[in-house]
Design a protein around this ligand. Structure first.
Ligand code: GDP
Length: 440
């Protein structure tokens, strides 16, 4: 995420980070570099200029050069301004209606349908919400099918009416269906076009007027840079929407949209999409995003993602197994699946302070666990629970079955043994000692 921008800002701020003496000249030079980095990231020209001007004013106002650690203070000012530019505090969804109606808008291909599913899944996992998805794209039957596939995948009901060509009527019927069936959130997926056109705007505006949603969200592909900002403006003029959803931030996004959109439409970015999977959704926190852009990582989000996947009951079962030396490859497989649910590997690594920068040129396969999973799947159930059963000929068979080599099988067995030992040690009081060490 934003590799290029992070890299350039890091270079621009290098001098200030204590790698040389700080003078008025190099502060000015730094700000010029910061501005260039923002422009390269496709940030609007005016916004980039205003940004550096504000940073400069603040630096002067706080007498940065006379402070003890001018570099750090400058970096802090840049971080605070970046946070402010992206929206200040995080803003949640208004879910006060009965049911709460959320209308999705945006161009075709922006990720509306995918995000509708992600949001439904996100709300469903909150336990108190029972969402209903409503398919209102009357032009593309495939879009209705796609929403049904998504709904099935996440276990959320989808309302559609294939013969009906009136999206206003479908959305109203969807809301009535929700009321009658105890759904407390309705997410309405609408039709998009490839570009902003009048017919689309009239249609979405008619739906909007008729159903008066609590939340109107505008979904935009962050890869489209300045275009994203222009489209946002066009939709906002018609809908006066409540929030922005930035999708495809997992790709090689330059970052311009994330940075500029708030100040152009004055609406908060509420969520981001970071992948094609249903779990790839994050609440947008401007301050955490600023940390990530400045290469400071985002440990809070990383821990939160881990917590979302954490199941207390499962953890207790696992603990007992470890204590009894019964931790097997099936358990290992479950752990891998949980990690995979946390998101794309490169994205996760980017959340560790400093690691994103170190690993930026390393190509991390999102299916890094594929080989391991194939090896485990090639083991018999007995072998999975009792790895010592695997002798040389069985290892050969497993390697063949999984399309790997005996060497790779051996390596996995070795790592597994080491990991089992370590887990046992952590249980025997070592874990507590380690926690204590971390606290100090
Ligand atoms: P719609 O036409 O607005 O409903 O867009 P779709 O939901 O059909 O998404 C268009 C394409 O973008 C699909 O191939 C999705 O899998 C993909 N997509 C959606 N959101 C994301 C995201 O956050 N990251 C990535 N990498 N792909 C996404």
């Amino acid at each position: 995420m934003f590799n290029n921008l992070s890299d350039k800002l890091d270079k621009a701020l290098h001098v200030l980070k204590g790698h040389g003496s700080i003078t008025e000249v190099n502060v000015a030079e730094t700000l010029k570099e910061v501005r260039r980095a923002l422009l390269d990231a496709d940030v609007n020209f005016k916004i980039a200029k205003q940004f550096t001007n504000t940073v400069k004013e603040k630096a002067l106002g706080q007498n940065v050069l006379t402070t003890l650690q001018p570099g750090q203070l400058m970096v802090k000012i840049v971080k605070d301004e970046l946070t402010e530019l992206m929206g200040g505090d995080a803003e949640g969804l208004n879910l006060s209606g009965a049911p709460s109606v959320i209308l999705m808008s945006g161009l075709q291909g922006s990720g509306k349908t995918t995000f509708s599913g992600k949001l439904a899944n996100y709300l469903k996992n909150k336990k108190t919400k029972k969402p209903l998805l409503v398919a209102c794209d009357v032009y593309r039957p495939a879009a209705i099918d796609q929403l049904h596939v998504v709904g099935e995948q996440i276990g959320v009901e989808v309302f559609s009416d294939r013969g009906n060509t009136d999206p206003v009527a479908i959305s109203q019927a969807g809301i009535a269906h929700a009321k009658a069936n105890g759904h407390n959130v309705v997410i309405i997926d609408t039709a998009g076009r490839l570009a902003v056109d009048e017919a689309m705007m009239t249609e979405i505006s008619n739906i909007h007027k008729a159903i008066q949603p609590q939340e109107t969200l505008f979904v935009v592909d962050s890869m489209t840079g300045q275009d994203a900002v222009n489209t946002a403006k066009a939709f906002n003029d018609v809908l006066n929407f409540d929030g922005v959803i930035l999708t495809k931030l997992d790709g090689d996004t330059r970052g311009g949209a994330a940075i500029s959109i708030k100040s152009v439409v004055n609406k908060p970015i509420k969520f981001i999409g970071t992948g094609e999977k249903m779990e790839a959704i994050d609440v947008f926190y401007p301050s955490r995003m600023a940390d990530r852009i400045l290469g400071m990582g985002d440990v809070v989000s990383l821990v939160e993602r881990a917590q979302e996947q954490f199941d207390e009951q499962e953890a207790r079962k696992l603990q007992k197994k470890i204590a009894k030396n019964q931790f097997g490859f099936d358990d290992f497989l479950k752990q891998i699946q949980q990690i995979k649910k946390m998101g794309n590997m490169k994205d996760l690594i980017g959340m560790i302070p400093g690691a994103g920068k170190m690993m930026k040129d390393v190509d991390i396969d999102d299916d890094a666990f594929k080989g391991i999973e194939a090896i485990i799947h090639s083991m018999t159930p007995d072998e999975r629970s009792n790895p010592s059963l695997m002798n040389a000929s069985r290892k050969k068979r497993i390697a063949k079955g999984s399309g790997t080599s005996v060497q790779e099988v051996n390596q996995l067995l070795k790592q597994f043994t080491q990991m089992s030992k370590m887990m046992k040690m952590m249980q025997g009081g070592g874990g507590k000692r380690m926690m204590q060490m971390m606290k100090n």
